[in-house]
Ligand binder design. Sequence first.
Ligand code: GLU
Length: 479
Amino acid sequence: MFNFLKNILRKKVVVRFAPSPTGELHIGGARTAFFNYLFAKHNGGKFLLRIEDTDRERYVEGSVERIIKSLAWLGLNPENAGKIMVQSERLNIYKKYAFELVEKGNAYVCICSKEKLAADQEAQMKAGKPPMYAGYCREAGIKISEVEGKKSYVVRMKMPKSGKIIVDDLIRGRVEFDASLIDDQVLLKSDGYPTYHLANIIDDHEMGITHVIRAEEWLPSTPKHKILYKMFGWQEPQFAHLPMILAPDKSKLSKRHGATGVFEYKNLGYLPEAILNFIGLLGWHPKEDREFLSLKEMIKEFSLDRVQKSGAIFDVKKLNWLNSEHIKKASVTELKHSLADIFGHEFIKKDLIDKLIFLSKERMEKLSDFKEMNEFFFNLPSYEKSMLVWKNSSLEKSLENLKLVLEKISGVEESDFKKSKLEKIVMPLADERGRGDVLWPLRVSLSGKDKSPGPFDIMDILGKQETIRRINVALEKLK
Ligand code: GLU
């Protein structure tokens, strides 16, 4: 009964992913989005998207669309799709709130020139001190009406000058900050745009965000945000800061460790299911240490108290393994769609494609391997006759055995030319004359490669005519 009441009283979970459109959606951003998504779905809550585009210098044209498309490819669709909150469309709202804080005495107008601030900063750095605003305008009481439309100005928040600010992080626990070391943060810039800090907390408040789940790099900003909530008199959300993603050598993850943008992974032939499985494990793991997980299983098992504090290692080998496992599990139709994304729609219209996908599913690490892996079905590659010889055997033996195989299979009707039938006919011969001595030259004659699927699978796909033609090519070489 008590739990029942608690559940009714508990606020519905609302979380958001709030990327800045400064380029591609990277693996780190995708992980943040995914943990928010998992948390929302696990708790029957809402997952929303907000675009934080107030830093116009870092804005990259087309990046909002790319981010939205990347999320869609991963299947992380926000519930506010269609009316996504975009900060640059809300400038008047932020201004109004900034003025409100000035009015209340929690923030102040600052008219210090850039040159003056830069000179101060330089002097502080030289003295080995962290650069901080010296507070010239803090008590000057400059009114908005004195500057608005007349002078260049910014609005700064009045940070408390002493005491501790405690952040109770859901992942990191209690983190203490010394208020005296935190700068009087600019809230409204001279171009009329809000800074990240102001817009971020106003929007989180207006969207009814209950949990802020974001990258660790934002932890030092959190005390400022807590003070802002207090100044506005708003209830603050709970905070959870996700661990950094590191390269295997524990350095910062970068381009040289492989692809970084989500779309690069798509083009390289990774399945979205595999990417989600992989990023889901970047800092979190389920109770029993299973690694191969479906989206459904991750939603069921996800909880923030199983997220680690220490850095998560990005291991491409694990990603490749997960991808191959998800490829094995996917249906031929699903894989066909993904292959079309990589090789184009014409490619998947080829005859035999379904059979080839079925056959390759077990052996592909990435879908981009598919074409090269199956090229030999369309064109027999040229190969050396020595390749037709099994281990320490001889050219003569290969010739003899291939002739016998050809004899046997020539008698099979075209319509009967199927894997099981061919196995029945050829295997007794192979058992009699040595499996390696029969099956190896046969497989090489059909594929022209030293690695390929087994000969019966290949014959089934090639059909009788092409099979016989290829065996004859081999016999010619051996004569
Ligand atoms: N715009 C920030 C970013 O791109 C979001 C920080 C936050 O979630 O509060 O990382």
